[in-house]
Design a protein around this ligand. Structure first.
Ligand SMILES: *Cc1c(COP(=O)(O)O)cnc(C)c1O
Length: 429
């Protein structure tokens, strides 16, 4: 019989919850860490222990937990209404947010289609790209191209354009055929050029994670590669789908990764940071051209037949509006620049650790790659060790990921790095 509330919750977790991306055999053996509250960059568990949220609650938190402005906006909205549908109706925060999103995203994106997570934002982009060509009479343009090691979410359409064997291999029998660009960086860009020269009449779109392939282990793309892919897709009239689910909302140092290279994609997918980490919300933004490819007499049946029940949820949109307000009010991106520099400088010292193979960083996205066979679970071990310093991290295989909220201070960042350094050092021993 469990005695305390804490023990009861831990027992019930094991009894009732099946955790995502988790080998439950391991989970059942370990002590679950149950979070009860959060404040700023900190999370507190049910036993009262406090931790730095070193991966922003899986890459979503921007300005910290319980930010007064976002809290207030959600509370204000809940006094208005929690939910009403966008199917056949509209709602105030959804309209206001759409206008703001068009303003802050790369120039040329004009229309906002809402959904509630990153996977669906990508599915929607894929379906729009595909259907556009069907609707406009170029019915052979059906192929989808994606990068090696890509990750675009876990629903089957997104898995179809996924390239991480560990996650995707088991579902190969369920998904549609795509074209994978082998290789990385300029090799992949050259392959794309050859492919488009020969086959663009059969290709609907290219899906990319701009600048950083997050789930692959923070793989960085060379400067200019995105821009080149934009030029090539433009030249051959193939849609560029930019999945900024991870890179969006300041993560790379600019609001969107595409803005580092002056790129406007045809479709932009955003989610994770959109509500500052408060509520599930996503959006797929697109150009006037693609939108116009769906505007026909209803009898022609060229409507975009897609919509999720909670699309444009007012509470989530209110949180997202407040998230953008905080960016402005606190000059988040300006204040981020010196933190990024500090991070780069400190990360160099990690090469002193024998276990470290590579350190990759773009803005506030960091991957520290460690030696060891994948089944040694070295990343997981480091993340377990770092907890005793009061830090929560989650690895990607052998890669220790650092992705703190953008609101972290220099001192807190210093502590996070020191704790991570020590945890790697100790795991080495
Ligand atoms: C997390 C992620 C997704 C999936 O988002 P969910 O909200 O988990 O469905 C898609 N693309 C990228 C690049 C991501 O990092």
């Amino acid at each position: 019989m469990p005695r305390s509330r804490s023990e009861l919750l831990k027992q019930q977790d094991k009894e009732y919850i099946w955790h995502p991306f988790t080998q439950m055999k391991d989970w059942e053996h370990d002590e679950p860490l149950i979070i009860d509250s959060g404040s700023g960059i900190y999370l507190k568990d049910i036993d009262g222990n406090v931790y730095i949220d070193g991966v922003s609650s899986l890459w979503v938190n921007i300005h910290g937990h319980r930010h007064p402005l976002i809290d207030q906006a959600v509370k204000k909205q809940i006094d208005q209404m929690a939910h009403s549908t966008l199917l056949g109706l509209s709602n105030t925060p959804a309209v206001q947010l759409a206008e703001r999103l068009v303003t802050i995203t790369p120039k040329g994106l004009k229309k906002v289609f809402y959904s509630d997570n990153g996977s669906t934002a990508v599915e929607i982009a894929i379906k729009m790209a595909y259907q556009y060509w069907q609707n406009t009479g170029q019915t052979k343009k059906t192929g989808l191209v994606h990068l090696a090691n890509s990750y675009h979410g876990d629903t089957l359409g997104s898995v179809s354009v996924g390239g991480i064997d560990l996650f995707h291999k088991v579902y190969r029998g369920l998904i549609f055929k795509t074209i994978t660009l082998k290789g990385h960086g300029w090799d992949a860009v050259n392959d794309l050029e050859q492919l488009l020269k020969k086959k663009s009449s059969a290709i609907a779109g290219l899906v990319v994670e701009p600048l950083v392939q997050g789930a692959a282990g923070m793989l960085m793309w060379p400067d200019g590669a995105l821009q080149k892919m934009r030029q090539l897709t433009q030249k051959h009239d193939v849609f560029l789908i930019a999945d900024e689910v991870a890179t969006g909302f300041g993560r790379t140092g600019k609001m969107f990764a595409c803005q580092h290279e002056g790129v406007t994609p045809d479709l932009l997918c955003i989610a994770k940071g959109i509500t500052g980490g408060y509520l599930p919300l996503a959006a797929t933004l697109t150009t006037q051209r693609i939108y116009d490819g769906f505007v026909f007499d209803h009898k022609q049946q060229k409507t975009f037949f897609h919509g999720h029940t909670y699309t444009g949820n007012p509470l989530a949109c209110a949180a997202a509006l407040a998230n953008l307000d905080v960016f402005k009010k606190e000059r988040t991106l300006t204040r981020l620049a010196p933190k990024i520099k500090f991070l780069s400088r400190k990360l160099k010292t990690f090469y002193d650790l024998p276990l470290v193979v590579d350190v990759r960083q773009k803005g506030f996205m960091v991957g520290i790659e460690l030696k060891g066979a994948w089944d040694e679970r070295i990343g997981a071990k480091v993340c377990q060790t770092v907890r005793k310093y009061g830090v929560i991290l989650r690895p990607l295989g052998n890669v220790v990921v650092l992705m703190p909220p953008l609101s972290i201070t220099l001192d807190e960042l210093d502590f996070l790095l020191m704790a991570t350094y020590r945890a790697i050092e100790e795991t080495d021993a």
